[in-house]
Design a protein around this ligand. Structure first.
Ligand code: SAM
Ligand code: SF4
Length: 368
């Protein structure tokens, strides 16, 4: 038996095993992808859940060194969707049977922002008859805020750890007391405690990042018992401090292949989690998201933000689909998913199976 086959048949993996798998090339890499595809089919089925993505504001108080909409980027045209625009996008998701929504924005902790999100959650549930599951992705907040939003009907939260290694995290963020690794980690704990389905993830192919870091990222996701994962390649934006490090990056194709390997290995490690085929994959390869679905991802996020705002939510250069509207995205994704021999699970919430079993085992252990 080859080394790859030996590792793939193991029940438990060491960090060294994961690092070895991340280094696979050629036919051995194909073996990995075939194995993860089988696991996906067995544990979550060849089905893809849609989450309508509403990028409702690009106003951000933070300054992550990699992000195109960071506070200090003066060249961004700042916007906030009106309530009517958010509600109309939510209605589109409901009428088109998406089952779920993601409300994403820059990070603000002001009273008016907190109240606005709360109000939008209540309104969306009201006009859609509670038919949609809503995910929030609005950054780090106080426990009380997370609870208020949970009580208003947000039951999933996405907060990428970005890099699970504190040293690497600190290289990607300014040292100004507002970008603290420990706070981000604590937020993930708080979200779990409150009862959210919790999603996190990392960027792949960052400057200074090693295969060992990535293997540790995968272990972090497992040990944290995360329910949903969104991870994709790091891509440059010229108006960010990290642009200066562009010569230190792996070629785009290598970042893409590493992203696929991360997705495949994660599917093997965490068989029942929801894994997103992220838009950044498509920025490198026209078929990036389809390839991710084939080897392990089971969630896709059609953008339903009104077309006129999309050019202003540029986290990185060459972000795809910024010239489209919600209908275009739907049609395009239907064709794309059909190409992967997967079916779109229309009208389903697509809760993470991992969340269900995590909650069940917590309840069982309390009863005992
Ligand atoms: N502001 C919230 C936060 O940071 O959690 C949510 C929105 S933020 C734009 C969503 C994600 O975009 C981040 O978690 C980060 O991983 C990703 N992102 C930002 N800049 C990126 C870049 N240059 N390349 C790839 N992903 C990027
Ligand atoms: Fe703001 Fe999120 Fe971008 Fe950081 S990643 S600058 S918090 S929008």
């Amino acid at each position: 038996m080859t080394e790859v086959n030996k590792i793939l048949t193991k029940e438990n993996f060491s960090n060294e095993d994961l690092e070895f798998l991340l280094g696979l090339q050629g036919s051995e890499k194909t073996l990995l992808f075939e194995h993860s595809a089988k696991i996906k089919e067995k544990y979550v089925g060849n089905r893809v859940y849609f989450r309508g993505l509403i990028e409702f504001s690009n106003i951000c108080s933070k300054n992550c060194l990699y992000c195109g909409i960071r506070h200090d980027n003066q060249f961004v045209n700042r916007y906030r969707l009106t309530d009517a625009e958010v509600l109309s996008a939510a209605r589109f998701a409901d009428e088109n049977n998406y089952g779920s929504l993601v409300l994403q924005s820059g990070e603000l902790e002001t009273g008016s922002f907190i109240k606005r999100v709360e109000k939008l959650l209540l309104e969306i549930h009201k006009i859609t008859g509670n038919r949609l599951r809503i995910t929030l992705s609005c950054g780090e907040q106080e426990k009380d805020t997370y609870r208020r939003w949970f009580d208003s009907g947000a039951h999933r939260y996405l907060l990428r750890i970005e890099a699970s290694d504190q040293e690497l995290y600190e290289k990607l963020h300014p040292y100004d007391g507002r970008h603290m690794f420990q706070r981000r980690r604590n937020c993930l704990n708080t979200l779990q405690e409150i009862g959210y389905q919790v999603g996190t993830g990392v960027m792949i192919g960052l400057p200074f990042q090693t295969l060992k870091n990535m293997a540790n990222d995968l272990m972090f996701l497992k040990e944290f018992e995360i329910d949903m994962v969104g991870m994709g390649p790091y891509l440059v934006h010229k108006n960010t401090p990290m642009f200066a490090l562009r010569d230190k990056l792996l070629p785009l194709e290598d970042r893409l292949q590493l992203s696929f390997k991360m997705i495949a290995i994660l599917r093997i490690l965490m068989k029942d989690v929801n894994i997103a085929a992220t838009t950044a994959l498509q920025a490198i390869d026209q078929l990036g998201r389809e390839k991710a679905i084939k080897i392990g991802a089971n969630v896709i996020m059609p953008n339903i933000t009104p077309g006129k705002y999309r050019d202003d939510y540029l986290l990185y250069q060459n972000k795809p689909c910024t010239d489209e509207n919600a209908d275009d995205c739907k049609t395009c994704l239907e064709v794309r998913v059909a190409l992967t021999d997967n079916e779109i699970a229309y009208g389903e919430w697509g809760d993470s199976e991992h969340f269900r079993s995590r909650i069940k085992s917590a309840t069982d252990s309390r009863v005992k």
